[in-house]
Ligand binder design. Sequence first.
Ligand code: GTX
Length: 230
Amino acid sequence: MAVSGDVKLLSMWASPFAVRAMIALNIKSVEYELHEEILTSKSDLLLESNPVHKKLPVLIHAGKPVSESLVIVQYIDETWSSSGHPILPSDPYDRALARFWGAYVDDKCYASLREIIEAKEEQARKEAICKAEEGIKLLEKALMECSKGKAFFNGDRIGYTDIALGCLLAWMKVVEQRIGQKLLDEIKTPVLCEWAERFCDDPVVKPVMPDVDKLSEFAEILFPKPASLA
Ligand code: GTX
């Protein structure tokens, strides 16, 4: 059953971070108003709501803004705790691990995807690809250890680490197309490949995952291919 409240999400369709917030809201069946932003002309509401970073997503609940996608996911989990399923594990150690891997995804995986797509020279791109591959290999191991053979990082349902990493899958495909090479590989990372398919097919994810072709066109504008790498 849908939970209503005074909830707005300042978002942008191509933002992997906004996707995190939308998945968490879907898990909790929270109704929300979507405010689509344009990165080159941010709304006053966005600038006022996130004056520190001036970035989206921002969740505004009953007039109070919450920024930073992983903080938003935790806020949603705690605020609508009796609705849907828990996003963070109940065990404190498992919860710490989930937060650890969530931070790892941002610090290493997202960072290396951006380095790949922003690289101006072949050498820098190669190094960034190696970094991304190393990060993904570690996440394959983490998935095997955390899931203990279940479908997702923390069991049978999509949770915090799944959301943190899964939101990058569409951008990962765009990067793979750009470099002509797979990052999630059926041979090197079979467990993550199967997890990715399950994640993208899940009803809380499917409606909010950006279309890869549309994202690819957007990436050409945001991160034009340098002539040296075309
Ligand atoms: N740490 C933040 C979070 O988790 O919410 C990061 C948010 C962020 O970077 N938002 C971007 C923004 O508002 C939009 S998403 C950019 C996606 C690029 C994908 C590349 C692979 N940016 C506005 C600005 O930087 O001014």
